[in-house]
Design a binder for this molecule. Structure first.
Ligand SMILES: [Zn+2]
Length: 350
């Protein structure tokens, strides 16, 4: 069996491009794959996970990912529940067609899935319009396997404001506070990605459990687009104090200054490490190679480009390699790429 040290040596000395990390977990905190599954299945395709995503996951060495159920804006707010359920069903249909991916609902399941050579799928939500204003709907999604709840996407909803509404400085609603409490009680991880800063502080005040920011950037280091601020120093310190974690992502644009690259992702991690240590760090790729050209058409103003070195899931091994080159220890890489999330998942569900 390979040890991580031997993999490290092979990568550094031979420059191989595919790292199969046999003995440590790689967890991607944000994958928009349910959107791709839905778009393709609704055009008549089947086995989308196997035909479109499996090879990339295997080549990149990803063992588990949070599959975010994201309801398209045209279904919000009316119709979000129905659309959300359709997307969940599309994911379930896909999972029934493959033995390579498996739905997991506990940290133990993630470790077991890896042992059996399967890729673990953690069901999440990006934008909680689909629970309407009814905690019973949140409980039903929990029964369907929901493990992470992203409160907002870019819009305002009944819970809080997304970054697209940050001009209005809105925080968490009273219902939003109830949602946080219910997530804490049920063992659903609250995800603060896309949340405005007032909402961010309100959630940290309301929650009794660690939270995640599944896909974000470090504001002082990388700011790929004007309307997406990333986390500032005070927010990063607060996440660390909450025992939460933040997943650095690959989102970047043609206008990003400095340009987004795998080097810059590692620089973001180095910055957080210096500021608060590594226990709050993770990787939330948000790969969107499979969403082009729809993304170009829907959000042309951002001019999204694929991040050089991390263009899609098959390139994920480049991140571990770059971290090694920059002096991150094996133990630190293990924690950042997987174990920090496992620890948090245990804390929230126990
Ligand atoms: Zn997002």
């Amino acid at each position: 069996m390979n040890t991580f040290a031997s993999v490290h040596e092979v990568v550094i000395n031979m420059g191989i491009t595919s790292v199969k990390e046999e003995d440590f977990l790689v967890i991607d905190l944000h994958a928009d794959i349910p959107e791709d599954i839905s778009a393709r299945r609704e055009k008549g395709e089947t086995h989308v996970l196997e035909t479109t995503h499996l090879r990339k996951f295997r080549e990149g060495g990803i063992d588990a990912a949070i599959f975010a159920v994201w309801v398209e804006s045209e279904f919000k707010p009316c119709g979000a529940l129905r659309r959300g359920l359709q997307i969940v069903e599309n994911v379930y249909e896909e999972l029934s067609e493959t033995n390579e991916f498996v739905l997991v609902t506990s940290p133990f399941d993630i470790v077991k899935a890896k042992e059996y050579g399967k890729i673990a799928v953690i069901l999440g939500v990006e934008g909680a319009e689909l629970i309407e204003q009814d905690l019973r709907l949140l409980r039903i999604f929990h029964r369907l396997g929901l493990k992470t709840l992203g409160l907002v996407w870019q819009q305002r909803n009944i819970i809080a404001d997304g970054l697209g509404e940050r001009r209005t400085r809105g925080g968490l609603s009273n219902f939003g506070v109830d949602v946080i409490k219910e997530c804490n009680r049920l063992g659903i991880i609250v995800d603060l990605a896309h949340l405005t800063e007032p909402g961010f502080w309100d959630v940290l005040e309301a929650t009794e459990k660690p939270v995640i920011v599944s896909h974000t950037h470090v504001q002082p280091v990388a700011r790929p687009k004007e309307s997406w601020a990333g986390l500032n120093d005070e927010q990063i310190k607060a996440i660390a104090k909450n025992s939460g974690i933040m997943g650095i992502c690959t989102v970047t644009t043609a206008k990003a200054d400095p340009p987004g690259t795998v080097d810059l992702v590692v620089k973001e991690m180095e910055y957080v490490k210096r500021l608060v240590g590594i226990d709050c760090l993770a990787f939330g790729a948000d790969y969107y190679d499979f969403l082009f050209p729809a993304l170009k058409i829907e959000m042309p103003e951002y001019d999204f480009v694929l991040m050089p070195g991390l263009e899609d899931a098959s390139k994920t091994h480049n991140l571990a390699r770059k971290m090694m080159e920059k002096g991150f220890s094996n133990r630190e890489i293990r924690k950042i790429l997987g174990e920090n999330f496992l620890r948090l998942f245990k804390e929230v569900t126990s």
